[in-house]
Design a protein around this ligand. Structure first.
Ligand code: PAF
Length: 322
């Protein structure tokens, strides 16, 4: 949807653009058949239906438009319409969001979804508006787990010295440093190659991503650490969104909620079959570990990165949600 770049110079162009048949691009980091791909398609289908075909579009999957950080920047300058992204790099743009990436914050999927669908989630979506982004709806990546090529991980000592790719996220990096690994931040499109070439020994991601990326081709071991719940969010460019009528904005928000629901359903499905799939593809999967020592080290190192700046009020509210 190129015309809206002109919107800054012509309000008339924006109005007529919003009325014309238009083709949108929604970017994300994973394959079209992944949980993000399913969510992106649900967004496009719902929006086309609600708008009677005025808004159609296509996916730019698999990091075709760069890593998640690049795509978020694309929204801010209006070179991209929509993105489904994890919150991993989002804290670099909307610092309050860093809270959601703290290790061992959310108890389980129900807890995370209740927080994000409630008052706290809405406040954080609203905060994106102050940072040249439009937060349309919370979606989902999933609880993150550690994979590696060296050895089975059952205690924090096993992480010792392991070169582990993390997202470009300050609290994730602090958590892994605290647990004894050597965190190496890297954009996702580079990860498979880095694992293949031995630039890093391991990485951490939800089952959804491990299976969609066929990490078993380069990783022998996975431990279900569940150390971080990784939210995703459907974001729009303010340059696009502010050129829409109120009714059209409503369609975009409804389409984003449909996208999130489709993604979460896909996460549930993939989590249920993921362990078998990883084993069938030759990975050693460690499902039961004592999480307490991981939690103690990760929380001690990572939580102050957030609380020193923002205090504990939001975390207490999150923990109190049933
Ligand atoms: O590891 C990441 O960077 C993210 O989890 C991913 C795979 C891009 C999905 O948001």
């Amino acid at each position: 949807m190129k015309h809206y770049i002109l919107g800054a110079v012509s309000a008339v162009a924006l109005v007529s653009a919003a009325q014309a048949q238009d083709s949108l691009v929604i970017g994300h980091a994973l394959s079209p058949t992944s949980h993000y791909g399913v969510g992106a398609q649900a967004f496009l289908d719902t929006l086309a239906e609600l708008s009677g075909g005025t808004f159609t579009g296509e996916q730019a999957p698999a990091g075709q438009l760069g890593g998640e950080r690049d795509m978020i920047e694309g929204l801010q300058i209006g070179s991209l319409d929509l993105v489904i992204t994890s919150t991993g790099p989002l804290g670099n743009f909307v610092p309050e969001v860093l809270a959601l990436d703290l290790p061992f914050l959310f108890r389980d999927y129900d807890h995370a979804r209740s927080v994000l669908d409630g008052e706290i989630g809405q406040e954080l979506l609203d905060a994106m508006g102050g940072n040249d982004l439009v937060g349309l709806a919370w979606s989902e990546n999933g609880f993150r787990h550690v994979t590696n090529s060296q050895r089975p991980i059952t205690t924090p000592e096993d992480l010792g010295g392991l070169k582990l790719r993390t997202m470009e996220n300050a609290v994730h990096m602090a958590a892994f440093e605290g647990m004894g690994a050597a965190p190496t931040p890297m954009a996702f499109p580079e990860v498979f190659g880095a694992l293949q070439q031995g630039v890093v020994d391991g990485q951490e991601n939800p089952i959804t991503v491990i299976t969609a990326s066929r990490f078993w081709e380069v990783q022998g071991y996975v431990t279900l650490t569940g150390h971080v719940y990784s939210p995703a969010v459907v974001l729009a460019s303010p340059i696009l969104f502010e050129g829409l009528t109120e009714e059209q904005q409503g369609w975009f928000m409804e389409a984003a909620r449909a996208s999130a629901a489709a993604t979460r359903a896909e996460v549930d499905r993939l989590e249920a079959e993921g362990v078998d799939l990883m084993r069938a593809n030759g990975m050693e999967v460690i499902t039961e570990i004592d999480r307490a020592p991981f939690q103690a080290l990760a929380a001690e190192a990572a939580w102050p990165v957030y609380t020193d700046q923002f205090g504990t009020a939001l975390l207490e509210r999150i923990l109190a949600v049933e």
